[in-house]
Design a protein around this ligand. Structure first.
Ligand code: SAH
Ligand code: SF4
Length: 355
């Protein structure tokens, strides 16, 4: 089934072109975009200053959003995890994190959306729910950008910070990701500044260089999770393709092009990557790039054997980094547990449907 086109996901010029195909003048573009991004119309029938026949013709060819909210028992609870159905019956999830993850800024009015970029993930990290069932497909730009509007509509909150840390590997879907970012960033679109967006990657070195060459000042986070190749490759197969040295070459290139400090995400998994040696090596590596470190106690995933270390062991690891002068946070708050558990809600839904 071909994807029906949605307005969200088109750049301004594409909207103008689509309207021209319908025989409409360019000034309609501004009107239509205002309805979608400012007034947040859910359907064309609400767009009262467009002629009725145009609204009908638009409705015959387009949807406003490509996402259908799934209201099941889990969408009403306090976790603020939202599930969306796509046109082909697949599911993605978006998480809204009300508190501020301190590494991405410290404002208490911060509402962070954790956005998915793919259905499933091909990279198969051993600790992650998103890759458990493999890769299904890339999201298009509309499916990525519309998540921000959809969580705002469902929660009534204004999102002002975005992390591409949901399901999928954003840099493996580079063109759609960048198009979505332009739409999220645009004045005529959602209007969120590039500095309030963070792209997280498992470490695709060539794409990191490409990302460094694009013009926007978007932040970069690296899922490191192991400070030596030996440890990292046991949990992240991608490390075989891009070992730490080649990853760090790309990160040095990023640093030469961008002012934003890199963040290392480091999940603490008991007995796997939480030794004092790994802490010291991680500190040296972070120092060499002037990077920040974000420690995340592992979140249990159904069907996976890993556990988080004791709080004492987490604190020791944290202390070692701090004593080397590395800017480090240890995230223990509930909201972040939800963020890191991206991928789990969708897996459950797909399993339910398969029964
Ligand atoms: N593919 C990208 C972005 C999505 S993963 C990447 O790997 O960076 C977003 C973050 O959640 C990553 O740092 C990932 O390692 C982390 N994560 C995945 N599963 C987790 C779990 N069970 N507990 C804690 N963090 C997890
Ligand atoms: Fe994919 Fe990121 Fe999960 Fe690895 S951590 S499987 S790259 S989503």
């Amino acid at each position: 089934m071909p994807a029906p086109r949605s307005i969200i996901g088109l750049e301004r010029q594409e909207v103008e072109d689509a309207l021209a195909e319908l025989g409409e003048r360019p000034y309609r573009t501004g009107q239509l975009l205002k309805w979608v991004y400012e007034k947040r119309a859910a359907g064309f029938d609400e767009m009262s200053d467009l002629p009725a026949d145009l609204r009908e013709r638009l409705a015959g060819r387009f949807a406003v959003s490509p996402l259908q909210p799934v209201r099941d028992s889990r969408s009403g609870d306090t976790t603020r995890k939202y599930l969306y159905r796509l046109h082909d019956g697949r599911y993605i999830e978006t998480v809204l994190i009300p508190a501020s993850p301190s590494l991405y800024g410290d404002r208490s009015d911060r509402h962070t959306a954790c956005v998915s970029s793919q259905v499933g993930c091909a990279y198969g990290c051993k600790f992650c729910a998103s890759g458990l069932d493999g890769f299904a497909r890339n999201l298009d730009a509309g499916e990525i950008a519309a998540q921000v509007l959809a969580v705002e509509a469902e929660s009534g909150k204004k999102v002002n910070n975005i992390v591409f840390m949901g399901m999928g590997e954003p840099l493996a879907n580079f063109d759609n990701l960048m198009k979505a970012i332009r739409i999220i960033n645009a004045d005529w679109g959602i209007g969120i500044g590039a500095r309030h967006m963070t792209v997280s990657t498992s470490g695709l070195a060539p794409q990191i260089r490409k990302f460094a060459d694009q013009p926007l000042q978007i932040r970069l986070a690296i899922s490191l999770h192991g400070a030596s190749d030996e440890v990292r490759e046991t949990i992240m197969p991608v490390n075989k393709k891009y070992p730490i040295d080649s990853l760090f070459d790309a990160l040095r290139y990023f640093n030469s092009r961008k002012k934003q400090r890199i963040t290392f995400e480091y999940i603490l998994i008991e007995g796997v990557n939480d030794s004092p040696d790994q802490a010291r090596l991680l500190a040296r590596r972070a120092e060499s790039l002037n990077a920040k470190v974000n420690l995340i106690p592992y979140n249990t995933v159904e069907g996976l054997p890993w556990r988080r270390p004791s709080e004492r062991a987490q604190d020791d690891f944290h202390q070692t980094l701090m004593s080397h002068g590395v800017l480090t946070t240890l995230r223990r708050e509930k909201g972040h547990d939800i963020e890191a558990a991206c991928g789990q809600l969708r897996l459950r839904k797909e399993k339910e449907e398969a029964r």
